[in-house]
Design a protein around this ligand. Structure first.
Ligand SMILES: Cc1cc2nc3c(=O)[nH]c(=O)nc-3n(C[C@H](O)[C@H](O)[C@H](O)COP(=O)(O)OP(=O)(O)OC[C@H]3O[C@@H](n4cnc5c(N)ncnc54)[C@H](O)[C@@H]3O)c2cc1C
Ligand SMILES: *[C@@H]1O[C@H](CO)[C@@H](O)[C@H](O)[C@H]1NC(C)=O
Ligand SMILES: *[C@@H]1O[C@H](CO)[C@@H](O)[C@H](O)[C@H]1NC(C)=O
Length: 506
C-alpha cells in the first residue's frame, strides 16, 4: 500500500501539525517530543465531577492495601479503562478468558492517578454523537472506501451498545441519557456545500445515512438561529455517571472476575517483572503506594499515554491538547431550546435536562480553542487552569448564535478544562504497544520489547462514540494473546486504528 504510505507521510505530517479534530478548528500548531506529564493534582472543577454526589467512586480504593498482582492491569478509569473492565468481565463470564488456576479467579485492577474518571471523560462536552458522514471525503481519500465505511460503523456500533446497555440495565435515566439528535450548524455556504459533498459521497459509498437538511429559514423558525442545519441521530449524557454505572455493572457480571479499583494511585513507571515474581507476571507497575505485578497491561491513559510510553510522544504518537468547557444558564425554556446537541462555528453544546428548581436549562458548551492563539493549547496536560481568551469567546458564543435566547454577559456557572489526546490523522491507537514505528506484528505472539502491553488511546477529541468499541477490540487481543489464538477483526472495526497498521509498509 504505497499510496497509503505516501499519503501518511505527506498528509500525516501536515495533519499532525494542524489541530484538526471533529470538535476543533483547523489550527496549525507545532508540537514537541516531550513526554506528557502525569495528571495534575489540582484540576479545574468540572460540572460533571464536582456536582454534589456525582462521583461516588471518587476516592474508591485510595487507602488500605494495594492490590499486589493481577492478570490484567488497566491504567486509567475513563470511558476506555472502564469499558475494558466491562468487556473483560464478559469474556470471563462466557469462559473465553481462562481462569489461571483451578478454583481461582481472573484478577483485574484499574489504577487511576486522581479521582475516579477525572480525565477527559469527566470533563468533556457530554456529546455522544456517532458521525453519520462528516469528513467522509477526507477519510475515504486517506484510507479507502472499505475502511471509510468502518470509521462510521465503529461509531454506530459503540453508541448502539452503550445505549442498549444503559436501557436494558435500567440506568439510562440515572445517567441523563437523552436521545436529542444532533444538529450541525453551518454559517457559510462553503461549509454547507462541503458537508453536502460528504453526504453525497457517503450515500454513493453505500452508507445508509440518516440526515435531514434544514434551510436558514427553517432553522430560524424552529431554533432561533439563521444558519443552515443538518440533523442526524445523536445522544447527550452525563459521561461520568455512565462510566460509574458501567463500572458497578462490571463488578456484578461474574463472580469469576475479581475486579478492583484504586484511585489516587498514579502509575509512575513500568518495568519488566523481576524473577522473584511468578513467571506469568511480565510487568511491574510502580506507584507511590507500592508495586503491582501484571500479566497484561492496558494503557487507557489517552492524552497522558506518553508519560509511561515516552516513545509515543510527538506528532507520530499522542499529543496532549487542552480543551475548555463552560456550563451557562440559558434565558429561554426547554421547549424553545430543544434537547438537541449541536456542533458548529468551532463550538459544541447542548441544553441539559431541566433541574426541578429552575425554569431555564443549563447549557454545556465547549470549544473555541483557536481563540487561545499559538500554540493553541497543544502539548500540555495542565487542566488546573483555564484560558481567559477562550473563555471570552465561549461567553459570547450562544448569545450571538441564538439572539434573544441567551442573556449577553451571563457568567457561566462552571468553567473547566480537560486534556484530549490528538494523533496524526485523528485516529486512535488500538492494539499491542510497539517499540517503534517500523514493527509489523500481525501476530500478537511475536516477542516485542513491550510484549503484554496494550493501548487504546488518542481519540482526537471524539472519544465518546469510539472508546467503548476500541476497548472491546483491545480486550479481545489481550485474551487472544493469553490463549495463543489469532485475533480476528470485527466487521465494524477500521483497520487504520490498529497500532501496527499505521506504519504498515505493504
Ligand atoms: C474538554 C473536552 C471536551 C470533549 N468533548 C467531547 C464530546 O462532547 N464528545 C466526545 O465524543 N468526546 C469529547 N471529548 C473527548 C473525550 O472526552 C475523550 O476522547 C474520552 O473521554 C477519552 O476517554 P479515555 O478513557 O480514553 O481517557 P480519559 O477519560 O482521559 O481517562 C484517562 C485516565 O487515565 C488517568 N491516568 C493518566 N495517566 C495515568 C497514570 N500514569 N497512572 C494512573 N492513571 C493515569 C487519568 O487521570 C484519566 O482519568 C472531549 C474532551 C475534552 C477534554
Ligand atoms: C428570524 O426569526 C425572527 C423571529 O421570528 C425574526 O424576527 C427574524 O427577522 C428572523 N431572521 C431572519 C434573518 O430572517
Ligand atoms: C433518523 O434519526 C431520527 C432522529 O434524528 C430518528 O427519529 C429516526 O428514527 C432515524 N431513522 C432511522 C432510519 O434511523
Amino acid at each position: 500500500m504505497l499510496r497509503f504510505c505516501i499519503l501518511f507521510i505527506l498528509l500525516g505530517l501536515a495533519q499532525a501539525l494542524s489541530a484538526s479534530s471533529y470538535y476543533s478548528p483547523q489550527t496549525p500548531f507545532k508540537t514537541s517530543h516531550k513526554p506528557a506529564d502525569l495528571p495534575q493534582l489540582n484540576p479545574t472543577h468540572s460540572f460533571w465531577i464536582d456536582s454534589l454526589g456525582a462521583n461516588p467512586l471518587a476516592d474508591e480504593g485510595s487507602t488500605g492495601t494495594l492490590t499486589d498482582a493481577a492478570d490484567v492491569c488497566i491504567i486509567g478509569s475513563g470511558i476506555t479503562g472502564v469499558s475494558a473492565a466491562y468487556h473483560l468481565a464478559n469474556t470471563v463470564k462466557s469462559e473465553r478468558f481462562p481462569v489461571p488456576h483451578q478454583g481461582t479467579k481472573v484478577r483485574a485492577v484499574i489504577l487511576e492517578a486522581r479521582e475516579f474518571c477525572s480525565g477527559a471523560t469527566g470533563r468533556n462536552g457530554g456529546n455522544l454523537t456517532p458521525y453519520e458522514f462528516f469528513s467522509f471525503n477526507k477519510i475515504q481519500s486517506l484510507f479507502g472506501h472499505e475502511a471509510a465505511l468502518r470509521f462510521y460503523a465503529v461509531e454506530d456500533y459503540s453508541v448502539a451498545e452503550m445505549v442498549r446497555i444503559a436501557k436494558e440495565s435500567g440506568w439510562a435515566d440515572e445517567v441523563d441519557l437523552v436521545e436529542g439528535g444532533h444538529l450541525n450548524v453551518m454559517l457559510t455556504e462553503s461549509d454547507l456545500s462541503e458537508l453536502q459533498e460528504d453526504f453525497a459521497s457517503a450515500i454513493a459509498a453505500g452508507r445508509n445515512v440518516n440526515a435531514s437538511w434544514l434551510s436558514r429559514e427553517e432553522m430560524n423558525a424552529t431554533f432561533g438561529t439563521y444558519n443552515w442545519g443538518v440533523r442526524t441521530p445523536g445522544y447527550n449524557l452525563w459521561p461520568l455517571k455512565f462510566v460509574t454505572q458501567l463500572f458497578k455493572q462490571s463488578l456484578k457480571i461474574t463472580p469469576q472476575l475479581d475486579l478492583r479499583l484504586h484511585t489516587h494511585t498514579p502509575v509512575t513507571s513500568i518495568s519488566p517483572a523481576n524473577s522473584a515474581s511468578p513467571s506469568v507476571h511480565r510487568w511491574t507497575l510502580t506507584t507511590p503506594r507500592g508495586s503491582v505485578y501484571c500479566s497484561s497491561v492496558l494503557h487507557a491513559t489517552n492524552g497522558y499515554a506518553s508519560h509511561l510510553l515516552p516513545h509515543m510522544a510527538g506528532p507520530s504518537g499522542i499529543v496532549p491538547v487542552r480543551e475548555q468547557v463552560v456550563a451557562i444558564r440559558a434565558a429561554a425554556p426547554p421547549e424553545v431550546l430543544s434537547t438537541t446537541s449541536w456542533l458548529g462555528n468551532e463550538g459544541y453544546w447542548f441544553p441539559r435536562p431541566l433541574e426541578p428548581s429552575k425554569s431555564t436549562p443549563l447549557v454545556i458548551l465547549g470549544g473555541a480553542r483557536s481563540a487561545a492563539g499559538p500554540p493553541f493549547e497543544v502539548d500540555t496536560t495542565d487542566d488546573s487552569v483555564i484560558n481567559g481568551n477562550v473563555g471570552i469567546v465561549l461567553r459570547n458564543f450562544l448569545p450571538e448564535m441564538f439572539p434573544g435566547l441567551y442573556a449577553p454577559g451571563q457568567e457561566p456557572e462552571a468553567e473547566w478544562t480537560g486534556i484530549m489526546g490528538f494523533t496524526s490523522l485523528d485516529i486512535p491507537f488500538v492494539g499491542p504497544v510497539l517499540s517503534s514505528h517500523s514493527s509489523t506484528p500481525p501476530n500478537l505472539n511475536i516477542a516485542t520489547l513491550y510484549k503484554g502491553q496494550f493501548i487504546s488511546a488518542g481519540y482526537a477529541g471524539h472519544g465518546m462514540p469510539r472508546a467503548f468499541a476500541c476497548a472491546e477490540v483491545v480486550v479481545q487481543m489481550i485474551l487472544d494473546e493469553f490463549t495463543g489464538t489469532e485475533w480476528i477483526s470485527p466487521a465494524w472495526f477500521p483497520k487504520p486504528f490498529l497500532t501496527w497498521v499505521r506504519d504498515d509498509e505493504n
